[in-house]
Design a protein around this ligand. Structure first.
Ligand code: HEM
Length: 126
């Protein structure tokens, strides 16, 4: 149980920025993920910051600029196998550790929610 939003419990904008930076540094070096992503991750980072902000109960930055997330539909152009979903989650788990946020409970809650979402993105068998 967390008081207030997950966004505030994690540490707000600063926390989301840190997590996203740490995450895409790892995505950009992961052999399973490199082939799916653009070489320049600047715009990807920006959209993910917007998305995670609203996913955690902060301001609806993603929807304001891009409309309803329809996250599964937006991922259909990419063959997301169970192996790639685990690679994504592995990058995220290590990013969260490296971000050294103070509220462990909040970090665990975020990781659990992202695990469900990542599994929901699978659209191709391994
Ligand atoms: C976009 C891969 C899971 C949120 C993308 C893109 C790829 C990708 C290749 C396009 C990047 C670009 O062109 O800039 C994957 C893979 C996943 C995964 C392999 C493994 C399960 C997730 C999850 C979330 C997420 C769990 C939510 C927390 C997003 C967002 C975008 C995005 C917000 C930007 C969508 C847009 O262009 O409007 N993802 N993703 N992804 N992904 Fe994922």
């Amino acid at each position: 149980y967390l008081k207030g939003t997950l966004y505030d419990a994690l540490g707000g904008e600063h926390a989301i920025t840190t997590i996203v930076e740490q995450f895409y540094n790892r995505v950009g070096e992961h052999p399973e993920l490199i082939p799916l992503f653009p070489d320049d991750l600047t715009e990807t980072r920006r959209k993910q910051k917007q998305f995670l902000t609203q996913f955690c109960g902060g301001p609806a930055l993603f929807t304001r600029e891009h409309g309803h997330p329809r996250l599964r539909a937006r991922h259909l152009p990419f063959p997301i196998t169970p192996v790639k979903a685990e690679a994504w989650l592995d990058c995220m788990e290590r990013a969260l550790q490296a971000s050294k946020l103070e509220n462990d409970k909040a970090v665990q809650e975020l990781y659990q929610r992202l695990t469900l979402t990542a599994h929901h993105m699978i659209n191709t068998p391994s």
